[in-house]
Design a binder for this molecule. Structure first.
Ligand code: IMP
Length: 431
């Protein structure tokens, strides 16, 4: 297979960082195609921990091209700080190893301010629990045709015109929320100052990607967040503002959908969620506490405690379908070690019926009661297992049952944050 898309199959935080790093060693190009610095990918390479938010994970590996595609929204000030941090860890980053699509919309300080002001003003039940990074408002400006895009930084008259267009929209909004009008001169000065640093990396990414494809290079499309946060197929309105599902990989860099050979869904062996919104299998008891503690479930970007619950096979089956997942990477199985009994959600009871999917209406979602099947747990440790023979029989049964219920095979099994602690069934890049 030439090209692989990695997508989170739950609400994000499935452990994509390690898997993407594992795959990026085999890839020539690593491309981000949606989201922004709301993402948090942790990579452990030779004992060094790298925390990436906006940069594609390929940057930490030499000799690869990392790409930020037009489907991303980019905070240029954040990006430059992140580049400095990663450079200080000894990583080389140059225009030969990092390219940013010229048609990428920018996240400006006004987007973060609006995001946070709205969240503060929202009442319980309407708060989204965003990361506060301005992601939603930046995407709103994109579809509203008033973004400042990377290419606009190259010409001062265009930049001024774009900023004025955005402010025409933002100042009345800010007035309504009680925020002072935007300091236009300061915003322009800040943009002029950062412009040359960003433009150094700017490129017609769609063209480069198509050339790489023709040259037979292996492309890894690195998804952020998770399919249940997708703007169309997630638990709307408690979602992020981009398409997260695999189809976005093509539009998010400007390559045809035929370029995608394998979709790898990253799936945690239980379920977590940060922020507000429905979560049918959430556990607010000692079991939930235990999953959170054993799994170190705190957000990489905001440090918030993640909500934890049992594995929801209904939702993962659904996201495998909407992303056309060919195989999953199952992560964090070891967090389930020592539970006497495990539960898997196989359907939802609603109005006297059992549904095999999550209904779209929020009102119905709130009333869905999970239907569980129970499985015996295992007392042995699975941490660090590198072959099926290292796994207890009940752990194998759990994995097999997950495969059956989600109707998708396991391609990889990850048993610790270390890259070697992986059981490989199908190499997504293999021919
Ligand atoms: P936003 O993307 O900052 O607008 O936040 C919208 C929702 O997506 C909130 O529930 C966030 O907690 C969630 N979210 C955004 N990015 C991530 C991520 O990378 N991992 C997990 N949840 C995320």
């Amino acid at each position: 297979m030439a090209n692989v898309v990695v997508v989170g199959a739950q609400w994000g935080d499935e452990g994509k960082g390690k898997i993407v790093d594992w795959l990026s060693e085999r890839a020539d190009v690593i491309a981000r195609f949606q989201g922004g610095h709301n993402a948090g990918h942790t990579l452990v390479v030779d004992g060094t921990v790298y925390k990436l938010h906006a940069l594609p994970s390929g940057v930490v590996r030499g000799g690869k091209l990392s790409v930020i595609g037009n489907g991303v929204v980019l905070d240029p000030w954040h990006l430059m700080r992140e580049i400095e941090t990663i450079r200080a860890q000894g990583v080389q980053i140059s225009p030969e190893t990092l390219m940013i699509a010229e048609n990428t919309p920018l996240i400006l300080p006004i987007h973060g301010e609006l995001d946070r002001a709205r969240e503060e003003a929202a009442s319980t039940g309407t708060k989204i629990g965003t990361t506060g990074r301005g992601i939603g408002p930046a995407y709103e400006d994109k579809v509203g045709r008033r973004s400042v895009r990377v290419a606009d930084l190259a010409d001062d008259a265009t930049l001024e015109a774009r900023v004025d267009r955005a402010l025409q929209h933002h100042n009345p909004l800010r007035r309504g929320l009680g925020i002072a009008p935007v300091d236009r001169d300061r915003l322009l000065a800040d943009l002029r100052q950062i412009a040359p640093q960003v433009l150094e990396y700017a490129a017609p990414v769609w063209k480069v990607m198509n050339e790489k494809r023709r040259a037979g290079k292996r492309i890894l499309f690195e998804g952020a967040q998770g399919a249940l946060l997708d703007i169309d197929f997630g638990t709307y309105p408690f979602v992020t503002s981009s398409n997260v599902i695999a189809g976005q990989a093509a539009t998010g860099v400007g390559i045809g959908p035929g370029a995608i050979d394998f979709v790898l869904g990253i799936v945690k062996a239980y379920t977590t969620r940060v922020g507000e919104g429905p979560f049918p299998t959430e556990l607010e008891d000692a079991d939930g506490q235990r999953l959170g503690e054993r799994g170190h479930e705190f957000g990489t970007t905001t440090g918030r405690k993640r909500r934890c619950g049992w594995f929801d096979a209904v939702l993962v089956r659904q996201t495998c379908a909407t992303s056309g997942v060919n195989g999953i990477a199952l992560t964090k199985l070891d967090v389930l070690d020592g539970f006497e009994t495990l539960r898997i959600c196989t359907g939802y009871a609603l109005d006297g019926e059992v549904l095999d999917y999550l209904p779209t209406a929020a009102e119905q979602q709130a009333r869905c009661v999970p239907v569980y099947e129970e499985m015996p747990g295992w007392s042995e440790t699975t941490e660090g297992a590198r072959s099926w023979a290292d796994l207890p029989a009940n752990a194998i049964k759990y994995v097999r049952r997950v495969e059956e219920l989600i109707q998708c095979p396991v391609a990889m099994l990850s048993t610790s944050p270390e890259r070697e602690d992986t059981i490989l069934v199908t190499d997504p890049f293999a021919d």
